[in-house]
Design a protein around this ligand. Structure first.
Ligand code: GLN
Length: 479
């Protein structure tokens, strides 16, 4: 039951950086872990020489007292984030040979603060999946039990952090793709408010849900990175202009809080018993510490997943239309006419799950069914958002399990997409509502597999969300 808190990047840096080639040592250490854990298949590309070179340069800057805020932080990037002059493929054959012409805003901000990019990490193609098995490069394995999936779609990123191949990773979370793999791998995963972080340079899946999220071993590292990458961006007009608070300086919870838990989430029949009991133990703990905890009805729970699926596939069908064999990456060598370029390229380039979602989304948007599916789902989205906001008007946080089960067997659901989709039961609410949510470790099940606890807060309340997550991680470890 006890939460394990890892020393943060800042804390390690403070004790180890004095007069040593700290960054170089860190990069070498990560490279050794990558080599040792090759079988986990977390990285698709490793920028070894470049990372070593940057480490030397940054060590010198540190000696001169000129190191940036993230000097020496080793970062992994999900294979959906553009990094100038480096390949990016969305783990799909469709983008074979594609080289980014610019860096995503988040990547540039990390580099500007002297972080070191280690490489691109395996994921479900175009962010579509919950097990990291929908990839053109072979599945990623869970480091805790390699017969199990690491979660998805940011599976390679979660594994990279868990197994010490990088300090933190940037993933993307459209319906849970940062939080769910974080839970399956026993680390921290943050999905910010929808408009908190620029999406410029993120390969789009479903634009009204997509967020860039952070995977780390502890809450502090997550705050450190968020502080750097959040905030307005001239390249993405959907980002809020709100100032970015100094998250790392406000990680202490200094009041009693009001926490809601949703009745339906704990009564759900698909919920694994140990996850239920660990969530209940957290509730008891909070009460014993004098916080106010209340049970709330959320009868909309059963509609959240269908709403997400209809809207996200509809948006995906539009976003992925650009991959046509003409503009980017792969073009079928078997095509003879213009139409066959499109048909063959898309059939050969996209994986099965991506094709399934494009078909579903195209159907939901088609003239005859648009009102019945797409328009209706938009209305239900509004109801879910309003209900979530109403709860958060009365309570500071909502807590719920991150996932209904712990990491499942590799190949367990590859033939059964509907069961696979259920892995997102608890993560999609925050995505549909656009509010921030974090997953933190909350013990293990009887097989020793990690359990995640999810905390949801009001839009732009990352500050209190991180402080509460830090409190739960630290206080319970001390008890
Ligand atoms: N697992 C979810 C899905 O398959 C979420 C994906 C994501 O957040 N990118 O759609």
């Amino acid at each position: 039951m006890v939460l394990k808190v890892h020393p943060s990047f800042g804390a390690l840096h403070a004790v180890t950086s004095k007069g040593r080639d700290h960054c170089l040592e860190e990069v070498r250490h990560c490279l050794a872990n990558i080599a040792k854990n090759k079988h986990l298949n977390a990285f698709l590309t490793i920028y070894e020489e470049e990372a070593l070179q940057r480490a030397r340069t940054i060590d010198q800057k540190i000696r001169e007292g000129k190191g940036g805020k993230l000097a020496g932080l080793v970062v992994g990037l999900k294979d959906l984030l553009c990094y100038q002059d480096h390949p990016v493929q969305a783990s799909s054959k469709m983008l074979e040979g594609f080289i980014s012409q610019f860096s995503a805003t988040v990547v540039q901000r990390l580099i500007d603060e002297d972080a070191i990019i280690m490489g691109h990490q395996n994921c479900d193609q175009f962010g579509m999946g919950s097990s990291n098995e929908n990839t053109a490069f072979g599945p990623v394995l869970n480091p805790i039990d390699p017969t199990k999936v690491p979660g998805g779609s940011s599976g390679g990123s979660a594994v990279g952090v868990q197994a010490g191949m990088c300090h933190v990773a940037l993933g993307s979370d459209t319906g849970g793709s940062v939080r769910q793999p974080a839970a399956f791998c026993g680390i921290v995963g943050l999905k910010p408010t929808y408009a908190r972080i620029s999406r410029h340079g993120l390969i789009a899946y479903a634009s009204s849900f997509d967020t860039i999220g952070i995977l780390s071993k502890n809450v502090e590292d997550c705050a450190t990175v968020l502080e750097v990458i959040a905030g307005k961006d001239d390249f993405d007009s959907t980002v809020a202009k709100k100032t970015v608070p100094p998250y790392t300086k406000q990680l202490t919870l200094n009041k009693k809080v009001k926490v809601a838990y949703l009745k339906e989430t704990l009564e759900h029949q698909g919920l694994q018993e140990e996850i239920r009991s660990n969530t209940l133990a957290t509730i008891r703990f909070l009460k014993s510490e004098g916080h106010q905890v209340g049970e709330v009805d959320f009868s909309l729970l059963e509609y959240v997943l269908p709403t997400y699926q209809l809207l996200s596939t509809a948006e995906a069908s539009a976003n992925l239309a650009r991959f046509d064999g003409v503009r980017y990456g792969y073009r079928s060598p078997h095509a003879t006419t213009l139409t066959s370029i499109y048909n063959k390229t898309r059939t050969e380039g996209f994986g099965k799950e991506v094709q399934r979602r494009i078909l579903l989304g195209t159907f939901a948007l088609s003239a005859n069914y648009c009102d019945a599916y797409y328009v209706k789902a938009q209305k239900v989205r509004r109801l879910i958002k309003e209900k979530t906001e109403a709860i958060l008007a009365e309570y500071d946080f909502i807590i719920l399990p991150t996932t209904p089960t712990t990491a499942f067997r590799l190949g367990g659901y590859t033939q059964d997409p509907l069961t696979m989709y259920l892995a997102d039961t608890y993560t999609v609410q925050a995505s549909v509502a656009g509010v921030p949510a974090i997953s933190i470790p909350n013990g293990v099940d009887k097989e020793g597999l990690p359990i995640g606890l999810q905390i949801i807060a009001n839009a732009f309340e990352e500050q209190s969300l991180l402080a509460f997550a830090q409190y739960l991680s630290k206080v319970r470890e001390e008890k």
